[in-house]
Design a protein around this ligand. Structure first.
Ligand SMILES: [Zn+2]
Length: 285
């Protein structure tokens, strides 16, 4: 920028409000003065010397752009709070391509009775909020925790119909009390429609594993998989998916220390944030 003559600076320093020419106060005066100065100097400068910020706006994202704009995420809160009321519907066998399995299950619970269905639904709702704030379009496979189902086949179909860029099924495990830690489950090739998203699901799983460990501080599972990664071909929610999809078992609800964490809303928010960060990392790369 061209330096102003010392005499002008001295006058401005003494009577600051007069330099803007409007006399309406500090803020207005402060904005008006540089604008006039820029117009004056622009005529004397080459284009490259003019305000560089004005040269590049087309190459920059708009200031209100969100990182997940245009991305579709389907979140599947495992089980449902009303499943225990309708065993006939829940136990109906469905085809998951590698075998026949019950339509759904009731899920597990902590020793004090906090259910996996309530846990997964609460974490999912928190995750929806975070992802939507980041610009994603988010769909849940169930919108309450007092109904029955849907079947695992339908849970997969919802992700497929939405053409989700990523889908995640959220669970808490019910293993022996001494077992602890979390693990991610990814699909295996089964000579079926899921085969084409096995690679993408694996990348999604690793991103979520990394973000979950970092964000929650929970250890890798001590009892399933390797480095918190497990690959299965017996889950309908994965076998029937044609979009990148994973399951996460956030920990063992029968382990006292992990149960206490899961019953803490602050910790569930931490879980949701970690999942959002893992999904975002996958969706951005
Ligand atoms: Zn479950």
């Amino acid at each position: 920028m061209r330096a102003l003559p010392a005499s002008v600076l001295a006058v401005c320093g003494l009577i600051a409000s007069a330099c803007g020419g409007t006399g309406t106060g500090g803020a207005a005066a402060g904005q008006a003065a540089p604008a006039t100065s820029a117009e004056q100097t622009a005529a004397e400068q080459t284009p490259a010397e003019q305000n560089p910020a004005r040269q590049t706006p087309a190459k920059q994202s708009p200031p209100d752009a969100k990182p997940l704009e245009g991305k579709v995420v389907v979140i599947d809160p495992g089980h449902n709070g009303g499943n225990y009321r309708d065993p006939a519907a829940v136990n109906r066998k469905v085809n998951v391509l590698t075998k026949w399995k019950p339509c759904d299950t009731t899920g597990t619970q902590t020793n004090s009775g906090y259910t996996e269905a309530a846990f997964s639904f609460d974490v999912s709702k928190r995750l929806v909020k975070i992802l939507e704030a980041r610009g994603a379009t988010v769909k849940l496979t169930r919108t309450s925790n007092n109904g029955v189902g849907p079947c695992i086949t339908q849970r997969a179909a919802i992700g497929n119909k939405a053409q989700a860029d990523a889908a995640i099924s959220i669970h808490g495990d019910g293993a022996a009390p001494a077992n602890h830690g979390f693990h991610v489950i990814m699909p295996k090739k089964i000579n079926g429609p899921v085969d084409k998203v096995v690679g993408a699901s694996s990348r999604l799983g690793i991103d979520v594993r990394n973000a979950f460990a970092k964000g929650t501080g929970l250890p890798y599972s001590t009892y399933i998989g390797r480095n918190a990664l497990d690959y299965r071909n017996d889950l309908g929610g994965l076998n029937l998916s044609t979009v990148p999809k994973i399951f996460i078992e956030c920990g063992n609800m029968r382990n006292a220390a992990e149960a206490a964490k899961f019953q803490d809303p602050g910790f569930r928010q931490k879980i949701a944030l970690a999942l959002a960060n893992g999904l975002q990392h996958y969706l951005e790369t």
